[in-house]
Write a protein that binds this ligand. Structure first.
Ligand SMILES: Cc1ncc(C[n+]2csc(CCOP(=O)(O)OP(=O)(O)O)c2C)c(N)n1
Ligand SMILES: CC(=O)[C@@H](O)[C@H](O)COP(=O)(O)O
Ligand SMILES: [Mg+2]
Length: 625
């Protein structure tokens, strides 16, 4: 009989006998595997914390006690236990349940998240608010070792340790970020590095003493063992967290349910800031994910038996791959080029670059702020840094872009992947604000290619540019257009007139160019003859061409895969206003709201950003009923 069918809320879990919990864990894993095989999702992070999640819900009393998940990509078991077993098959789909905690879904989801390293700050806020209200509930943050590389995690740790309120932090250490975790903190947490040092020290001392007199040798070996123990004390992560003011417990096996429960029961009785260091295996319980945790960190649909990832229908190379290949080519020509990623070497297409130019590749951890300022420093010394980063994650580094890169007018290239809607990750991950948050910064040049061939030329342009410059391109495959071998810098601020017209003009940016062309062709068959411009640049705009077209037609449409607020269309309106040119403007883009989750094509269609949607809005604009 299924145990999972009896679990509709954490109270049901509390009623289960201890002996049943391993079977429940297996059933939860099965549901996660089956669902991710169909829908895709963050399977490896979630499989790794099944026992931890059961223990948390067994010992603590959610929702009175607050469970705060960092990043939120590992919260599938939590969702299943907290009333979403039957809707779990809709995970990450349009109108389905979110892949991340969502307050509107459940009272047990107390913190909405998708970007990493915020849990300690949020938990500190929860704990202080509780104390101000004179309440007694517990607050528990669960943070991964990768997320501990983010600066805000240490800001939270610093403040929380100083306040020393009743607060539990569970450090879920699987020795992995999406890729291998990087940096000193990661090395510090790692069990192997400290024990290797200790064992080497011991081996060498014993070797040395073999040659000494036996009595004296035994004494010194005992002495060496004592030193070994003090080194252990010195090198364990306890030192780090105790220095921040936390009590440290661990490391403990994060798959040993009785041990987890016993430890949490003990911790529950304390009223200070405590950190439990838990060791887990990413992908636990599904061999392909255990063997390749990076691939199964976040994966598309796959075949359960083999773990083979099922490819989508499009055969064209992705924008990410074209970016990565082109950058490697350009690095060969120019040895000043260096590449930076914030913990996403695969996602941003830099894996091959890292292999070819290991000395010119830098994974800074989940540290977008540092990544941007690090790039600024490199640029000051004549390097050509290219920071490849998802549009949504560069939001973290707004001030570093403005204050460290742009005020000094430094030649840093921002290669913004995942510009526009990303699909099933939803509102935390859509890259629909970058045009707005970059275009108003003085000295910034901002562009978007219409296809993967133009991306190559824009990257060349960016590397040759003498100031800050960003190019943004979408998630997914290109159009399969031929790729020029000879890369040429483009004229900054020059748009491309793709199609002449008689009745008006569509001015499209990046991913909107081909849909705009398709819509123009469809409308031409109805007798509406529209010109189409590939704007290429958001900043500087091709003022000459745009003003000329605005004057000629008196009516124009702008198209962008960005929030309308402060985006490309706004830039065109500002230009018209500044130049005193009267024209009627329709702006097509995303409205002033967070865009839901769903397939990219579904979201674009819902918001009128596909061919049919564009044709409909444009028809109404030019030929109102
Ligand atoms: C600010 C930010 N940058 C990048 C990411 C992309 N990202 C999602 S999960 C992850 C790795 C997290 O590692 P860890 O916290 O150890 O969790 P694990 O997946 O290993 O369980 C990264 C880099 C993000 N979510 N937020
Ligand atoms: C949780 C997270 O932030 C990443 O894992 C992200 O989901 C990756 O998205 P892509 O699949 O677009 O690389
Ligand atoms: Mg990890």
């Amino acid at each position: 009989m299924s145990l999972l069918n009896q679990i509709n809320a954490p109270e049901d879990l509390k009623r289960l006998p201890q002996a049943d919990l391993p079977k429940l864990a297996a059933e939860i894993r099965q549901l996660i595997i089956e669902t991710c095989a169909k829908n895709g999702g963050h399977i490896a992070p979630s499989l790794g914390v099944v026992e931890l999640t059961i223990a948390l819900h067994k010992v603590f009393n959610s929702p009175e006690d607050k469970l705060i998940w960092d990043v939120g990509h590992q919260a599938y078991a939590h969702k299943i236990i907290c009333g979403r077993r039957d809707s779990f098959h809709t995970l990450r789909t349009l109108d389905g349940i979110s892949g991340f905690p969502k307050r509107c879904e459940s009272e047990h989801d107390v913190w909405e998240v998708g970007h990493s390293s915020t849990s300690l700050s949020a938990a500190t806020g929860y704990a202080v608010a509780r104390d101000l209200a004179g309440k007694q509930n517990k607050v528990v943050a669960v943070i991964g070792d990768g997320s501990m590389t983010g600066g805000i995690a240490f800001e939270g740790l610093n403040h929380a340790g100083h306040l020393n309120r009743d607060l539990v932090v569970v450090l879920n250490d699987n020795e992995m970020s999406i890729a291998e975790n990087v940096g000193a903190v990661s090395g510090f947490l790692s069990r192997t590095s400290s024990s290797e040092f200790i064992h080497k020290f011991k081996r060498e001392t014993e070797q040395f003493m073999k040659h000494a007199k036996s009595d004296m040798g035994n004494g010194v070996i005992r002495f060496a063992r004592k030193i070994e123990n003090s080194f252990k004390g010195l090198f364990t992560p306890a030192m780090l967290f105790q220095a921040f003011g936390f009590e440290y417990i661990g490391p403990i096996d994060g798959h040993d349910l009785p041990l987890l429960q016993e430890t949490m029961e003990r911790v529950k009785k304390l009223d200070t800031a405590v950190l439990i260091h838990v060791i887990t295996t990413k992908g636990k319980g599904y061999k392909p994910a255990e063997q390749n945790p990076s691939l199964f960190h976040g994966v598309g649909p796959f075949e359960i038996e083999t773990g083979k990832v099922l490819k989508g229908k499009g055969g064209a190379a992705s924008y990410t791959a074209i970016f990565g290949n082109t950058l490697a080519r350009l690095a060969e020509e120019d040895e000043r080029v260096v590449a930076i990623t914030a913990a996403m070497p695969d996602g941003t297409g830099l894996t091959n670059f890292a292999k070819q130019y290991p000395g010119r590749f830098f994974d800074v951890g989940i540290a977008e702020q540092h990544g941007a300022t690090f790039a600024a420093g490199l640029a000051c010394e004549g390097k050509k840094p290219v920071f490849a980063v998802y549009s949504t994650f560069l939001q973290r580094a707004y001030d570093q872009v403005l204050h460290d890169v742009c005020i000094q007018n430094l030649p840093v290239v921002f290669a913004l992947d995942r510009g526009g809607v990303v699909g099933n990750d939803g509102p935390t991950h859509h890259g629909v604000f970058d045009l707005s948050y970059l275009r108003h910064i003085p000295n910034m040049t901002l562009m978007a290619p219409k296809d993967e061939n133009e991306l190559q030329h824009m990257l060349k342009t960016a590397i040759m540019h003498s100031g800050p410059i960003a190019l943004r391109y979408p998630r997914g495959n290109g159009y399969g257009v031929p790729l020029d071998q000879d890369l040429k810098p483009m004229e900054i601020g020059k748009a491309e007139l793709l199609r002449e017209g008689a009745d008006g003009v569509l001015i499209a940016l990046g991913s909107m160019v081909y849909p705009a062309l398709d819509a123009a062709i469809a409308l031409a068959a109805e007798g509406l003859n529209l010109a189409v411009v590939n704007a290429r640049f958001v900043k500087p705009l091709d003022a000459e061409l745009l003003l000329q077209l605005a004057k000629r037609f008196g009516k124009l449409v702008t198209l962008e895969e960005n929030a309308l607020q402060g985006g490309f269309g706004t830039a065109v309106l500002e230009l018209l206003e500044e130049q005193g040119v009267q024209a009627q403007v329709l702006r097509i883009g995303f409205p002033d709201q967070y865009i839901e989750q769903g397939e990219q094509h579904e979201l674009r269609a819902m918001h009128g950003l596909d061919k049919d949607g564009i044709a409909k809005s444009v028809r109404m604009f030019f030929k109102p009923a």
